[in-house]
Design a protein around this ligand. Structure first.
Ligand code: TYM
Length: 333
């Protein structure tokens, strides 16, 4: 809470091209919070460098992610949209919270375990303390709700634990945040291996549908999606591929699983996959058109970054100053 206003915060890493997992699990839900909450949506470039990035790609994707936020319906007049590294308080609070987070807690983070296996040649300290920076992002704004996909739930829970621990030592410092996980679309699975999450860093391009894929590519990728040897479109245990496609179809059409089963009764997987590709392409077309316009105006995006960072820094500095004072850091003004 900031005064009387409830706060919503979320972030996306500019570490790869964004997928329909990012879209359905997170970004498309962001604008639904804009009326009832004061919303901060951040492009988390500092998180992205926990795995090696090509600097030119990181720079380009930072612009692209901001443009996608806006193309997905986030009005910069109603939401604070900004880049993490433009607000130094994130890194400063992160250091402080590092001293209130336990080694054992961080060792239990499943994403750290996965990423340290995947990037075995670069298990850097930042990869390990990544969730503390995420806690700093969230707690700096006295956040009430954090809309994320299910893979980030453990990190938001850690942020809650850190906030509660700090509040016990220094009462009334942080609001304790709640994760907001969507009912439908919280974990979109890979099209190539539906037992795995769809991830922007997957090397198999057929596993991923990007928000910016063109219509033909989207339809082709859904056509190739791995399913099973059954032929009936129904949601059932063991049918991971079809369950995932039905979830995606349901996210785009708002139809229930029963309605989808009825719609495709007597039809094969081929017809269903084509229909999923079409609804996905139809839904993304206006986002892509708006994105192209926004990205063409680089100066406009930079002006937006600047305005967003100023707004965010105003609130972030307040919390940081409060924390520093409670800790006993000398403040001279
Ligand atoms: P990131 O960049 O990996 O993903 C951004 C958002 O997309 C969601 N998501 C998915 N949802 C459903 N199905 C999928 N296959 C899928 N893949 C990704 C993620 O859950 C996330 O909501 N650590 C965060 C970024 C972050 C953050 C924060 C989020 C940094 N600070 C503070 C919230 C609050 C991350 O790596 O997300």
């Amino acid at each position: 809470m900031l005064g009387e206003q409830k706060i919503c915060f979320s972030g996306v890493q500019p570490s790869g091209n964004l997928t329909i997992g990012n879209y359905l699990g997170a970004i498309r839900n962001f604008s639904t919070f804009s009326d009832a909450y004061k919303c901060f949506y951040c492009v988390v470039d500092e998180h992205a460098i926990t795995v090696r990035q090509v600097p030119a790609d990181l720079r380009r994707r930072t612009y692209e992610t901001l443009a996608l936020y806006m193309a997905c319906g986030l009005d910069p007049e109603k939401n604070t949209l900004y880049v993490q590294s433009h607000v130094p308080a994130h890194a400063e609070l992160s250091w402080i919270l590092n001293c209130y987070t336990m080694f054992g807690e961080l060792s239990r983070m499943t994403q750290f375990k996965d990423k340290s296996t995947k990037h075995a040649d670069n298990v850097n300290a930042g990869l390990f303390t990544y969730p503390v920076l995420m806690a700093a992002d969230i707690l700096l704004y006295q956040t009430d709700v954090v809309p994320v996909g299910i893979d980030q739930k453990q990190h938001v829970e850690l942020a809650r634990n850190i906030a509660e621990r700090f509040n016990q030592l220094f009462p009334d410092t942080f609001t304790v945040p709640e994760p907001m996980i969507p009912q439908n679309g919280k974990k979109i699975m890979s099209l190539a291996d539906p037992t795995k999450k769809m991830s922007k860093s997957d090397e198999n391009q057929n596993a991923i549908v990007y928000i910016l894929d063109d219509r033909d590519t989207i339809i082709r990728k859904f056509r190739r999606a791995v399913t099973d040897s059954d032929t009936v479109v129904r949601f059932a245990e063991g049918k991971d591929g079809i369950n995932n496609l039905m979830t995606i179809y349901s996210c785009f059409t708002e139809k229930s699983m029963e309605e989808i089963e009825r719609e495709f009764a007597g039809k094969g997987y081929g017809d269903f996959k084509l229909a999923v590709g079409e609804v996905c392409a139809d839904a993304l077309a206006p986002v892509q058109a708006r994105y192209k316009e926004l990205l063409a105006d680089k100066a406009g995006l930079e002006a937006q970054m600047k305005k967003g960072a100023e707004e965010a820094a105003y609130y972030a500095r307040k919390t940081l100053a409060k924390v520093q004072k409670k800790l006993g850091f000398v403040q001279v003004r």
